[in-house]
Design a protein around this ligand. Structure first.
Ligand SMILES: Cc1cc2nc3c(=O)[nH]c(=O)nc-3n(C[C@H](O)[C@H](O)[C@H](O)COP(=O)(O)O)c2cc1C
Length: 182
C-alpha cells in the first residue's frame, strides 16, 4: 500500500498533466446557414449532470470554432474510434479558418436530427447538444448543453474510444469490476 513517505512534490501544472487520460471527442459546429462547418478536437470534455443529461466542452478563444460556438447554440459531440486517430490529430492541428476539415480528414458531415449542428458519420457515437450555458474559466470557455439526440453504432464497444492526456493517446482496456446488475 502507498504511504505519504513514498511521494515527492509535484508542480501545479505537473499535477494537471499527471491526471489519468479522459475522453477525447470531435466537436461538430456550423453557422446557422450551414455554410461554414467545422470539426475541432477537444480533450476538455466533461459530464456536468446526469438528470438532466448535461455535457460540456472547453474551447479557447483562439480557435476558429469559438466563433461558431458563440454564433450557434447547437453543437455535436462525436466519439471517434481508435481507427480515426490520424484524423483526430489532423482536426486538432489544422484550423477551419484555412481549411475544410471534413474534406481534409475525409469525414462525412450529416445534419443533426434535432439540431442544426453537423454529426460526423464515421464516429462511434454522435451526441446532439443544445447549449444551456457558457462561462469562462481561466484559459477556456465552457459550453454546457442538454443532450437532444444520440446515435450510437450497433455493437458499440467502449474500449474502441480514444482517451487523451498530455500528448498521449490511450484506449481503455477493459472493466476491472462491474457494479451493474447482471
Ligand atoms: C489531442 C488534442 C486535444 C485538444 N483539446 C482541445 C480542447 O480541449 N480545447 C481547445 O480549445 N482546443 C483543443 N485542442 C486544439 C484544437 O483542436 C486545435 O487548435 C484546432 O486546430 C482548432 O481548430 P479550429 O481553429 O478549426 O477551431 C486539442 C488538440 C489536440 C490535438
Amino acid at each position: 500500500m502507498i504511504g505519504m513517505d513514498d511521494k515527492v512534490d509535484l508542480d501545479h501544472m505537473g499535477a494537471v498533466m499527471a491526471l489519468p487520460p479522459a475522453p477525447l471527442v470531435l466537436v461538430g459546429v456550423a453557422d446557422r446557414e450551414w455554410k461554414e462547418r467545422n470539426i475541432i478536437t477537444v480533450g476538455m470534455f466533461n459530464v456536468f449532470s446526469v438528470r438532466p443529461p448535461i455535457i460540456g466542452i472547453g474551447v479557447t478563444t483562439a480557435r476558429y470554432s469559438y466563433k461558431l460556438l458563440e454564433e450557434n447554440d447547437e453543437f455535436t459531440v462525436n466519439i471517434p474510434g481508435k481507427d480515426l486517430l490520424d484524423k483526430v490529430i489532423a482536426c486538432g492541428e489544422r484550423s477551419g479558418a484555412e481549411t475544410d476539415k471534413f474534406k481534409l480528414a475525409g469525414l462525412t458531415p450529416v445534419k443533426g436530427k434535432r439540431t442544426k449542428a453537423p454529426r460526423i458519420a464515421e464516429c462511434l457515437m454522435n451526441i446532439e447538444v443544445k447549449r444551456t450555458q457558457s462561462f469562462e474559466v481561466g484559459d477556456h470557455t465552457w459550453y454546457l448543453g442538454e443532450i437532444k439526440h444520440t446515435d450510437i453504432v450497433q455493437g458499440y464497444d467502449r474500449s474502441q474510444a480514444l482517451l487523451y492526456r498530455d500528448g498521449e493517446f490511450w484506449t481503455a482496456d477493459r472493466p476491472l469490476r462491474s457494479l451493474r446488475p447482471e
